[in-house]
Design a protein. Sequence first.
Length: 173
Amino acid sequence: MVTLKKRIPGLREAALSRFVSRAKRAVRLAGEVNVMVTSSGELRRLNQRFRKKDKPTDVLSFPAIDGPRNGLAGDVAISADIAAYNAHCLGHTPAEEIKILVLHGLLHLAGYDHEQDHGQMGTKEARLRKAFGLPVGLIERNRERKLLNAEHAESSPGPLSKARHQRVRRAFK
């Protein structure tokens, strides 16, 4: 079930439900998935309650306690505010960003963990993102940020040059 507590331009619940079904099949995730698109405030409260991190985040995944045996794979909560901001900064639509976040969340529900799996989730996310025609995903963005920060730290003080920034971005396309 998809619930849009906060509207996303160009995205309706029915369209997002269809995407969730397609992505769930592609991820090979059994069981029902609930997706809620809501405010950053609500994501902050969920992040504080369940992860002890008092800050908003873009996406949270909550696998079912008993696994898909009871028919539920889990829940995914997405911040419409952060999705809209990231979409604007990255030059794609908020609807595309929501789909990127759904895909990321579904992979977590399927058991992937990009912090511990030595790139397996990132590889799968990139392949599926391309299959769905979606722009750059979360794991690639984080990898890109780390490279940009490392490159910037090695250079002289001052802003990162546009040419160096573009060089790093091209490596992830």
